[in-house]
Design a protein around this ligand. Sequence first.
Ligand code: NAD
Length: 489
Amino acid sequence: MKQQPILVGGEWKLGSGNPMQSVFPADGSVNAELRAAGLEDVEAAIAAADAAWQAPGWRDRLPHERAAVLYRVSDLIMARQEELAALQTRDNGKPLAETRALVASAAGTARYFAAVSETLDSEITTPRLPDTMTFSQYEPLGVIAAITPWNSPIASEMQKVAPALAAGNAVIMKPAEATPLLALKMGELFEEAGLPKGLLSVLPGKGSVIGEAICRHPRVRRISFTGGTRTGRHLAHVAADKLISTSLELGGKSPTIVCPDANLEQAVKGVVFGIFSSSGQACIAGSRLFIHASRYDEFMARLLAVTRNLRVGHPETEGTHISPLITPEHRDSVAAYVDQARADGGRILCGGAIPDDPALASGNYYLPTIIDSLPHDSVACQEEIFGPVLVVFSYRDEDELVRLANDNVYGLAAGIWTADYQRAFSLARRLAVGTVWINTYKKFSISTPFGGYKDSGIGREKGRQGVLAYMQQKSLYLGMSPEPIGWSD
Ligand code: NAD
């Protein structure tokens, strides 16, 4: 098989690191062979990036000229949506319907940040001194490390690359080990769109070696990270030592609440989508469900009926709901959590096993699983499983509900299903999470800031502020008086 080159400082070349592969989670076949970036590639990429963002040819371009590159990338992505979605399905095993949506989201992100950068102003600050005018302008930070996980390639990469480039920085992109292909494709598309060489490098490789070397490099001025909380906490230390800023988008164990007055049909479908889409491999998966006791039996009967009807199947078959998990090791980890839940007294109401369909035997499949009767402090209720596993509780009292919903180290998101918006609003204010969906779930708008409370992270992505996170402010004072400063008289 021909080796896939990587993008190092504007040059496509074989990485100088160890051999690695992209593997199709549905059957273990190899999509691509490549060599990871080595430490010398990290050095070369960062040196090229540092030169490229400061080059007058890029730095002095007008904002709308820089934005034009992002608009062109967006158009190129949409023109190749099917091809990119198919590639991502091979790379991470998500069903085509989901990968098409992720590709479209990446295109929208590029357009949004192009528009933000075109309309970004400096600020005239109110002068407090007579005969002085002050203003602040935003400047790029320099070289940015963008580190991403495997669950939403291209969408999570664009969420970092687009605002960072729009702000005038250079980016070193390090995709997850399991999913290098979409980030490399993005590198190709930026090149085709006219991004000057060196501004974007794509360095696949092991996080603890290549990711670590990128983040520790003295010329890297911000770490933009999406991934697990353990890695994020470690990178916060790395950033603290260097006195640089970070954004950390980390894990979750999000509660969904079904109030007594919820529209049950809507709520059931929302809950099923919230936990089982992407086979539960989503930071925002609604993985803990709290149902008011007065509706518990009715809701559970409907929930189980809809869940049992989900189509577990090949990600390239249209209509598949549940596709394979990313790797056999990850599937084993999900299965181990369910075994632990059984041992802790949980009732497995559906799923709880690998499917027995021989057609699925060579993929990393796990059945959508619903468990009740667990103590809330048990492992399956507290830790992020990152798979198709939902734990369910009933509640009567709202104070007790809020206590349990907040009884977790994570605080990424929550869902509330109710016909009463006053109740929803007061409940939402009591939940220690960064995003609350009310009568909907897992919907995203690029103009709405996103990020976690507690161990789910620091900083926000998206929104107009999303560009400013990649900039620093410089304040200027203009003396307007013709008189000399009298101090030395
Ligand atoms: P991970 O933390 O293992 O890896 C994420 C990335 O960090 C990978 O590219 C990895 O190679 C790299 N990495 C690992 N060690 C590193 C180091 N020492 N220095 C620099 N980089 C390093 O996470 P994962 O298993 O790939 O992804 C799953 C996690 O991501 C889940 O916890 C999920 O909740 C989280 N996630 C969060 C969001 C969000 O927006 N909050 C979105 C998607 C996924």
